[in-house]
Design a protein around this ligand. Structure first.
Ligand code: AVJ
Ligand code: FE
Length: 385
């Protein structure tokens, strides 16, 4: 791989880091260390984990160097340390944490300098720069987890010092990294598109970066179905609640006759036109049934992807369990996907206002437990054609 693509990697890494730091810039150390919720990590853990993941894969595995803090890495292992105990771990905090992020990054760039990462490299970790793409995706995905937690911080607004967070200031995809509040103009067509039955190629192609769970790409027979052009709106969800007594989305509170959004300590009227977010799979499934429809399978979702409007506001729940594709091989580690396979987790597709475009591939599979609402998750309905 040419030095030019190395420069592109270094640039993408530094943009991701600016994004990470801009997110926490307005917060003090007490807020970074605070446990706001048993299902979300304290921000200090996410920050240390981002750096530790980078150190583990780049500096240690690829660079063959010793870690900076001995076996500290075990406290940043997401499987070994469930979210509800992360606040009590002897993790790095305050100044030490900031230095760790910077010191690891310096070593990463040093390792990158001496690396062969072309298409013909033997090591699949390095081929086409896989490990760097993984690192980037990892940091950007944790940005979204951090934003989930930041909804619990009173009065939170992302760092002003971060000029690149204002729409229009940066070029291309980075221009809309965050919008506060998240706004998407929704097309008002309530109609559905019919997707013809047939054989569809599902999953990521063999070349280019993707997670192991998106592979191998394989053909799936899909019967004809209809899928809504637009995600379910707040207004439609309110009607569903009124008619059935269903629970509101997370952060909604009653205010007189209406509803307000209380995320980040605000009290903003709910805009009926915008897609609903912060609903659980259970709520999404119940809504779809109430509407005389159903959730799409993840295969249907992927087959219909070229026709879909209103993407990028909320993740869209599917009816599918998070299971392996036929011929799945764990790479580069079992704990990214494989340990979650089974009927416990449901797949979400698409992406939310907090998802970086680099993460939101058509084949990308997100997953969470069916009762969870802290993610920026919405609903799109389908039905048999
Ligand atoms: C794909 C969002 C379910 O947060 O557990 C971050 C992403 N994996 N670090 C998660 C992830 C390892 C993952 N999700
Ligand atoms: Fe992680």
């Amino acid at each position: 791989m040419s030095s030019e693509s190395k420069a592109a990697i270094a640039e993408a890494l530094s943009e991701a880091r600016e994004r990470t730091l801009a997110l926490v810039e307005p917060l003090d150390d007490a807020q970074l260390n605070r446990v706001y919720s048993p299902i979300l990590s304290p921000l200090a853990w996410d920050l240390g984990h981002i750096a530790n993941f980078e150190e583990l894969w780049l500096v240690q595995t690829i660079g063959g160097r010793e870690p900076l803090h001995g076996d500290l890495g075990r406290f940043y292992d997401a499987i070994e340390n469930p979210r509800k105990i992360r606040g009590e771990l002897p993790i790095l905090r305050d100044e030490e944490l900031r230095s760790y992020l910077g010191d690891v990054r310096e070593r990463t760039l040093d390792v990158l300098e001496g690396m062969e990462i072309g298409a013909d490299v033997e090591d699949p970790l390095l081929r086409e720069g896989f490990v760097y793409e993984m690192l980037l995706a990892h940091e950007l995905q944790h940005n979204e987890t951090m934003l989930q937690l930041l909804q619990l911080v009173e009065g939170y607004e992302p760092g002003r010092g971060a000029g690149q967070l204002s729409p229009g200031q940066a070029s291309g995809q980075l221009a809309r990294r965050f919008e506060y509040p998240p706004v998407r103009e929704m097309p008002r067509t309530p109609d559905a598109v019919v997707v013809e039955g047939g054989s569809y190629e599902i999953g990521a192609p063999a070349k280019g970066f993707a997670y192991d769970n998106e592979r191998p790409r394989h053909a799936v027979e899909i019967a004809a179905f209809e899928i809504d052009r637009t995600p379910v709106s707040n207004g439609a969800y309110i009607q569903f609640m009124e008619e059935t007594g269903a629970e509101p989305p997370l952060y909604w509170e009653r205010d007189g006759d209406g509803w307000i959004d209380t995320a980040r300590g605000r009290r903003e009227p709910i805009d009926r036109e915008r897609p609903v977010i912060h609903v659980s799979w259970e709520q999404a499934d119940a809504f779809a049934r109430w509407a005389g429809k159903r959730l799409p399978t993840e295969h249907e979702w992927e087959a219909a992807r070229p026709h879909l409007d209103g993407l990028g506001h909320g993740w869209e729940w599917t009816s599918s369990d998070f299971v392996a594709y036929p011929g799945f091989e764990a790479f580069p580690y079992r704990e990214y996907s494989e340990v979650f396979f089974g009927d416990e987790y449901k797949v979400l597709r698409g992406g939310s206002w907090a998802t970086h475009p680099r993460v939101a591939r058509p084949s990308f599979r997100n997953w969470d437990l069916p009762q969870r609402r802290q993610i920026f998750s919405g609903i799109r309905c389908a039905r048999d054609a």
